[in-house]
Design a protein around this ligand. Sequence first.
Ligand code: GDP
Ligand code: IMO
Ligand code: MG
Length: 447
Amino acid sequence: MTNQAVQHTCVFGMGWGDEGKGKLVDLLSPAFQAVVRFNGGANAGHTVCVGQDKFALHLLPTGVLHDNAVGVIGPGVVVDPIGLLEEIDNLADRGVQVIPKLKISHRAHLVMPYHKAEDKLSETSATGTTRIGTTARGIGPCYADKMRRTTAIRFIDIINDPQIADRVRELAEKRSTALSAIYGDNGGLDIEAIVRDVLIAKERLSPIICDTTKFLYETMDAGQAILFEGANGMLLDVDHGTYPFVTSSATGPHGIGSGAGVPPASVSRYIGVIKAYSTRVGSGPFVTELKDDIGDRIRKQGNEFGTTTGRPRRCGWFDAIASRYARQVAGATDIAIMHLDTLSGFDQVGVCIAYRCDGQTLTTMPADAATLQRCEPVIEYRPGWHENLRSVRRYEDLPQTARNYVEHIETLVGAPVSILGVGPDRSQTLLRGDMKDCIDVPEPASL
Ligand code: GDP
Ligand code: IMO
Ligand code: MG
């Protein structure tokens, strides 16, 4: 994005995650001086494809792949420190040196092994209706400790508290006892290994743990542009998503204030990312899900398998009710539709324009998962296209039926579609309107 008047920008998911945020953040990063994660943790899996190279980022802001941008892990992120170090080391093995350009908020919370153990134990002991299908990365238990306050650990604690080893030991022992009492199993926790790992994290991460809020204010004061990288998606938002089948953080632009310490009003562009169809991993209502050959075909054509867990993603037609709702709550100024190429080869493509539930027609999102579970989609079919779109580079060169489909989604969702994905590579991106003046889409295979 060219930096005419500095425009702080947010990229966020408008679905149930995995919309293609990583690809877009990577494309935008060269024009920003800081790329900031403000929510979630290692439940995220953001993929970047550059030619034959593929990177999957979980805790690191995608911008760290670019030399110009400082990567910031904000106060609202929950960080598994050992997972983060592994991610940093894996990138170093591939020639990307992260440490000099990464900052971690001293206010951010640590995901501890007992959070991950609890996440796994509570999921495996749950029955069908109470199993969320989490990523088992300890996200919910860590945010629960954060809200409980007295049992949480922040990065500032591992720096400032001279008794941190004793505190960690005490918290881990108590949690181990509690897990054994509830589940008959402590999830294999090794208390001394937990203490040791916190001390390793302290030693290796201390140089980059800092007041990121101050850093972001200085960045803004210097007239530099900041890109906020949302994790997960609006339909997984803890307040606005398909509760309780959600994650535990504020996943959209509303999370920037709490999760980065920057007022959302300073951000002028909010790019909501959706796919040309719908996907979901984990449990929970999914009105347009296709449990048939068409769903299997979308999964195969779109390679719809989770970046973090490898689980097959559930697939279905585009849900305009859910996407419009997400757009309204988030206040998206722009929409990016990814995976338009994946729908090639269908004679007809479906769009859900209403829900039928208990004899009524609904055009807004019910708040109750049980009601959503009973909804049937009202699908409108539009003519499809058979051309392979992956080498198309201008919107005007798309088949007319594909353009009609995009413009129909634009009308139903209610914000301009300014970016389109026609393949996983960053070069496979089409721009519309003023986005053409803002983003430079590179030639294939350049980093
Ligand atoms: P994120 O979590 O939103 O960053 O998305 P993920 O990386 O988990 O999943 C998106 C997947 O779709 C990744 O494998 C991307 O490489 C891929 N992808 C992104 N945009 C496109 C696109 O326009 N077309 C195709 N075919 N793949 C895409
Ligand atoms: P990105 O950033 C897809 C889903 C999980 C589960 C629910 C709760 O890659 O888009 P959690 O582990 O957060 O407690 O799981 O949320 N989920 C995601 N699904 N993409 C993600 O992130 C997700 N983050 C969480 O599958 O249904
Ligand atoms: Mg993902």
